[in-house]
Each structure stands twice: as C-alpha cells, then as structure tokens.
Design a protein around this ligand. Structure first.
Ligand code: FES
Length: 266
C-alpha cells in the first residue's frame, strides 16, 4: 500500500480528470440552498441594522439587543445602562453585531457551509474546485478562524441577554407580569433554539470534558459532555433553526413596533 506523507508526491497531485466531477446526483443543490439561505439572512440583517423599530414594550428585537447606545429608549436599555456616550450616533445594533456574527462566521459547521457555497472550495465532495491551490486555515487570513472558542464565551453572553428579553416579554406594556402574546412565544422559542445551537458548539464540548483521561473521576463533567455531545450531533440543524428563528423573532417585533401587527394578539 502506498504511504501518503506530507512529502509524498502522491499527496500533492490531484486526480487528473477532464470533467469537473463524476458525480451524477444533484450535488449542487445543497450549496445552492446554503447560498440562498445565508444571502437571505445577510440581506435581512443589513436592513434590520438600520431599521429604527427595534423596541416596543415588552418586546425587544434580537438584532438590537442588548441596546447600549444613548439613542436606545430608556426601557430598551439593558439594566437601564447606556455605556456609550452621545458621541455614538450610529444604529445601536452595530455595537453588538460583531459578537453573534463572529460566532457564526467562525463556527465549524458554517465554515464548511460557506466554503462550499460561496468559495466553491470545493462545492461538494468529489467535485473539482476552481481554485488552483489550497492553503487551508493555517495562514492569514483564515488562521483567525481559530478564535472561535473565544466567540463562544461572547455568544453565551448574547444568549443570556436574549433569554432575559424573553422573560421580560411576559410583562405587559405597563410592566405588570402575566402577559402572554404571540411575541412572547416567538421570543421564548428563539431563546431556546439559540441555546441549543450555542451549547452544541464544538468548543463547548471541549470545555466540558476535553483533555479528560478518566470520565469516571469527573461524573458531572461527563454528564455535561454527554448532553453537549447530543446537541453537537445536531449542530447543523440547530444552526439553521436558530438562524431562521432569530430572523423571524426580529422581524415580528419590528412589525409590532411599526403597528402592522397590533396588541392584544401581538
Ligand atoms: Fe458551531 Fe461552535 S462549532 S458554534
């Protein structure tokens, strides 16, 4: 059997095929769907960042939460705080956009998805790619994908804030507890899906029990790892479910804030 080491010429060569692939199935469908889904999210996100209808008591649009600018309505501010001074005049969503965006952009699943759908590198298994060379994630700029584990900690903060917003949505406009509208349900479902996606992260799996030699000596960490591993097996599904849920929740709150959907059913 031929050994393929890093120095081996066998490893350096690609299969010399005249056609792009020998596959006869619809291999292009998955990358095309990923491209459409991610483009829809990017276009919506761009619109939402500049849309000003991000808060209507008791609902807070996820794309603008936490609201940290002085332009945020007092009830929309996290614990009433506005740490950025009057000098900050851009939309408040821009302040926190980088945290969930960085988390998803560096996610192991999304990396596979957008490398295939946007870079065509390669577009699918056993399909030739248009690029002449492959340098992987070992050098600039893709080496920065390794900061994913740090984005995980920031994503936990964002998930906590969205959960807090979901809890506050059980209050009515006057601040009394007991409200239950469609918006409440949508925000709660979104918070749950965000947690399922966040906790299923490969970095979270490593944090819970990575480098342990004996599970039997760490029963709690073993339990946590078992739970995270189950979520991790469905990471792709939760990635998409939470992507759409956050978009739906955000859009719904804006429709209520604009008066297109009205209370008491909202
Ligand atoms: Fe997907 Fe960490 S691997 S969120």
């Amino acid at each position: 059997m031929t050994q393929t080491t890093a120095e081996s010429p066998v490893r350096k060569q690609r299969a010399q095929l005249k056609m792009r692939t020998l596959r006869t199935d619809r291999w292009w469908l998955a990358p095309a769907l990923v491209f459409a889904g991610l483009m829809a999210f990017l276009i919506y996100g761009f619109w939402a960042i500049f849309d000003k209808s991000y808060f209507v008591a008791p609902y807070h649009a996820p794309f603008a939460s936490p609201c940290l600018a002085t332009s945020c309505p007092p009830e929309a501010r996290l614990f009433g705080l506005a740490p950025f001074g009057d000098w900050y005049t851009l939309p408040p969503g821009i302040l926190i956009l980088g945290l969930p965006a960085g988390f998803r952009l560096t996610c192991y699943y999304y990396r596979k998805a957008y490398y295939r759908a946007f870079w065509l590198s390669p577009p699918a298994c056993a399909v030739g790619e248009p690029h002449k060379k492959y340098t992987g994630e070992t050098r600039f700029p893709l080496i920065f994908q390794n900061i994913h584990r740090y984005f995980f900690y920031l994503a936990v903060v964002i998930a906590t804030v969205l959960s807090y917003d979901a809890v506050l949505s059980f209050r009515d406009k006057d601040g009394d507890w007991g409200h239950l509208g469609l918006g409440t349900i949508i925000l709660v479902v979104n918070a749950v899906l965000i947690w399922l996606y966040t906790l299923g992260c490969h970095s979270c799996r490593h944090i819970t029990a990575g480098r342990l030699n004996h599970f039997s000596k760490h029963p709690l960490r073993y339990r946590a790892w078992t739970f995270v591993s189950k979520l991790n097996a469905k990471h792709q599904q939760f990635a998409w479910a939470s992507l759409f849920s956050v978009m739906i929740a955000d859009f719904y709150v804006r429709l209520v804030a604009k008066g297109i959907i009205n209370f008491p059913f909202a």
